[in-house]
Design a binder for this molecule. Structure first.
Ligand SMILES: Nc1ncnc2c1ncn2[C@@H]1O[C@H](COP(=O)(O)OP(=O)(O)O)[C@@H](O)[C@H]1O
Ligand SMILES: [Mg+2]
Length: 431
């Protein structure tokens, strides 16, 4: 198959790596990336086309004659890249702009979940500051009458900076006021208590399937302290969730959302990322994203043994129910992100990376998240620089292998969390 992957980061490198690894040896794919990165260039032909420019992307897909386009990041989807590709007759993994509002607007996602009967936090949308105190009062305590944090969310894409979870009522009120000033409204919702998990579902417009669950780590510091980041690590599968979690997510969340979007005339074609809190009352949706997660999808795809191209093509062409379901290794995978000095506040670019070949010789896969080349040297070119992906017979071994690989890589000032998957590997996450 001829496949074009749009994006620049570790997620897109991970997708290309999985496409290559699971291809039939007699029928290798022709892989392209736009704009790609130096790591992706080892697996695919990179084209300097802006993934956010629909005209340019449609022209490239036509010129290359691709059978499939996979859209990595959310912004081009929200801006309508998939509409343009499908209009041009190109099978595409990624929803149209209207369906991408499931990520682009938290109030739209709530409206769809309510209509579809999907379990999620109760929420109120406030359009003026005066209605915020009553909403905060409504969600101040849990069912047992105990005080819980307030959850106040900006509606639109905010790059991980739109949500405030706080026990400080003034801070909650202030964030709500900021959101109303910027967007005209704000979402105030019930606090969900429980560990979080991500389940990636593939929706072909009609039917839905789920991949094994993963967990990611958004905070910069060990122990989930410090500022929010794009994601510092991940692992899969989750030994601490019920064995039927993925099936339950399809039955109670993904399929009802697929049905509701189809009923609205906006069928969802692509990856529905279901962010869950596993509460005492069962799984509840924290949020939807409309594409693979980064770096959690790298952990999931590392264990895929069946052909990814066929699975994604079936997703894009409405034939998932006829396709063979995906299969996975029965071991574990762990991803640790190497970040640049100063990330997330002010990442230092330009540091030289060495030791990647040595790490790969030890069996880890190194995905490029933010790199560039200059005179044959590989340099850091973003906040998150590399993903070290390792498998192991169990999670403890997977994380040991990932950290052993990471220890062979050098980036001046570079840093990583030291506790990715540690609690889970020690069996300390319980429901
Ligand atoms: N209702 C909620 N209860 C408890 N924590 C929440 C709730 N909603 C969000 N959070 C926390 O805030 C984080 C960010 O919220 P999310 O809705 O995923 O927004 P985004 O990823 O767009 O920043 C979540 O991963 C979760 O840790
Ligand atoms: Mg989130």
């Amino acid at each position: 198959m001829k496949i074009l992957v749009l994006g620049t980061g570790g997620r897109e490198h991970g997708i290309l790596e999985a496409l290559r690894r699971t291809q039939h040896p007699d029928h290798p794919h022709e892989l392209f990336a736009a704009p790609g990165n130096p790591g992706m260039a080892r697996l695919a032909q990179c084209r300097a086309v802006d993934a956010g420019n629909p005209t340019a992307v449609v022209a490239l897909a036509g010129e290359l004659g691709v059978d499939l386009v996979v859209v990595g990041p959310e912004a081009p989807l929200v801006a309508g890249i998939a509409d343009a590709l499908r209009e041009a007759g190109v099978p595409t993994v990624g929803p149209d702009a209207e369906a991408a509002r499931l990520e682009g607007s938290k109030s739209f996602a709530k409206e769809v979940m309510t209509a579809a009967g999907v379990p999620t936090a109760e929420a109120r949308v406030c359009t003026d500051e005066d209605s915020v105190p009553a909403a905060l009062d409504a969600f101040a305590t849990n069912a047992a009458g105990e005080a819980v944090p307030w959850v106040v969310k900006a509606d639109g894409l905010a790059g991980g900076k739109g949500v405030v979870v706080t026990t400080d009522r003034e801070e909650a009120q202030r964030h709500a006021a900021d959101c109303i000033a910027k967007e005209g409204h704000v979402v105030v919702e019930e606090y969900l208590d429980g560990p979080e998990a991500s389940v990636f579902c593939l929706l072909d417009g009609t039917s839905a399937i789920a991949l094994p669950a993963a967990q990611d780590f958004k905070r910069a510091g060990d122990g989930d302290l410090g500022p929010n980041t794009g994601g510092m690590g991940a692992y899969s599968p989750l030994a601490w969730v019920p064995a039927d979690l993925e099936a339950e997510v399809v039955r109670t969340i993904a399929q009802p959302v697929a049905d509701e979007m189809a009923r609205r005339g906006n069928p969802f074609v692509g990856v529905l990322y279901v962010g869950l809190a596993l509460t005492a009352a069962g799984p509840r949706v924290v949020e939807f994203n409309v594409r693979f997660g980064d770096p959690d999808s790298q952990a999931v795809l590392a264990r895929l043994t069946s052909p990814l191209a066929e699975l994604l093509h079936a997703t894009a062409t409405g034939t998932l129910s006829d396709a063979a379901g995906p299969t996975f290794t029965d071991d574990a995978a762990c991803v640790v992100v190497l970040a640049a000095d100063g990330y997330p506040a002010a990442p230092v670019k330009g540091g030289q990376l060495t030791g990647i070949a040595e790490a790969e010789a030890r069996g880890v896969t190194v995905l490029h998240a933010g790199t560039r080349t200059e005179d044959d040297r590989l340099l850091a070119d973003g906040g998150r620089v590399l993903d070290v992906v390792a498998r192991g017979a169990d999670l403890a071994h997977a994380r040991e292998n990932a950290y052993a690989g990471l220890s062979l890589i050098d980036l001046p000032g570079g840093w990583a969390r030291t506790d990715i998957a540690a609690e889970a590997a020690a069996g300390r996450i319980t429901l």
